[in-house]
Each structure stands twice: as C-alpha cells, then as structure tokens.
Design a protein around this ligand. Sequence first.
Ligand SMILES: [Zn+2]
Length: 295
Amino acid sequence: MRWQGRRGSSNIEDRRRSGARMGGGGVRIGGLGLVALVLVGWALGVDVTPLLTGAGGGGGWSQGEAELTEAELTGAELTGADRQIGEFVSVTLADTEEVWAGIFAEAGGSYAPATLVLFKGVTASPCGGASGATGPFYCPSDQKVYLDTAFFDTLERQLGAGGDFAAAYVVAHEVAHHVQDELGILREASRARSSAGEARSNAISVRVELQADCLSGVFAAHAGDRFGSIEPGDIAEAMNAARRIGDDTLQRSAGRVPMPHTFTHGTSQQREAWFRRGYESGDIASCDTFAAQSL
Ligand SMILES: [Zn+2]
C-alpha cells in the first residue's frame, strides 16, 4: 500500500504516551470491566480471543490483569516503529473517511467518522477494558475503534498474516462496524440478538462480521480507484488475513475442534469470500449478508 507522505486523519486519539497509567483510578480488566462488557455485549472485533487467551473460559480476564500490572510497571515509550505504525493507521483511517464520505454522499447521506484510539497494553472503553489480548474492536457506545498496534505483530507472527494491507484490512474492518452503526444495522442486530438464544445470537453476529468484511472489500476497491494506493499483492494480503482469522482456523489453532454454533465471525472461507465480494463489486448493495440464503 502506498501510504508514506500521504494525508493522515485528525480523528486519532493516541493514548500510547500515557501507556497503562490511567487517570481516575485506571482500568480493571476483570470486575467492573467484565460486567460492563456483558451489559453492552456488543464490542465488535476481528476476534482472536480463542487463540490469544487459550481454551479456558475465564482465563483471558486474569491474563489481562497480569498484563496490566506489567504495563504499569514498565510504562510506555514510543519507539520509531510505534510512530511509523501510528502514521500508517492514520493514513489508512483518512482513506476510509474519504471513501465512506463519498459513498454516503452518493446515497444522499453524510458520514460522521469514527474516532480511532491507539493504545499500548491496556486502556478503558465503555465496552469494557481493552487489552492487547482482546484484539482490535469497535465500541458502539462511544463510536470508537480501539487498536493496540502490537496486534499487527500478532497478526504477522502468530496468525501468519503479514503485509501492510493485512493491517489496513483490520482498520477497514473496524471502521466498517462504524459504518454499520451509522446505517442503523448494529442497533437492529443488537435488538435481534437480545431476544435470541446463544446459537441464534452468534449466527446474527456472524452476519454482522461478514458484512464488515464485505464492506472492507468495498473500501479497498474505492481506495484503489481514488488514491491509487493499492499495490500488487495488497488484496491477496487482505484476503489471507481474512482467512487467518476465521473462527474455524482460530479454534483449530487453539487446539480445539471447531464448533460452528460458537462461531461469531464466520469461517475462513466465508470471511475471505465476503471480502472478495465487496472488492469485486465495489458496491455496498452486494454486502447484504442478512438477505443471503447461504453465507
Ligand atoms: Zn468485527
């Protein structure tokens, strides 16, 4: 992706300098944070939780506590690499803003961009505490994307999805959740989920997530046309990333047998296919996962 020297977004909230030292009593990943997460119940991520927290149900939360302590002790310094990745995210976010503003305007609407929070280690959100272990996510309560850029290393080293456009896809996917929020889709889905059993609720989540993948593909198509920023191999990097974070692949990597009723994001094959669909059509009308007979 061509990004160096290009315009960045002003909608970045960089919390990395303050690191894990939070004002106002800080953040606890367990306890109240967990309660908040359950109440909101709707933080949408790329979800690598099964891999990063192991198979144990509550294990991830206590792991988060341990990370908090360590982060508190070490504090956070911004390295040159941190600054560079911050610029990359900022340019990618600006690209999404321009593309989505254009698409909304064509449909007679206007796009109010999301804020993207960069953090290191751990931070607070109305959807609960965020730590590097939870992976990036979108919180509808404050309309912010939360991203620990260390996730890009995880993506490359642990999940096998390297390349700058794999990272751009992650940003685009989270922004796509904001687009869904702007369109009222998240509210609808949330309402439907609240009265559904667990398996049904997960199935709705899968359609939300695959739609976000499709919208990421739509973004990539428009970015290529508008900015000429897409380089050979970029789309393959995004599709590889989509494949690597499929629920079946993540559960297998965590040493488990994939259980479809627990899927919340879709299989590797589905995630790649919906990204491709959005990319090839460049049209959000092709992303109606809720009307699709089969995913
Ligand atoms: Zn998501």
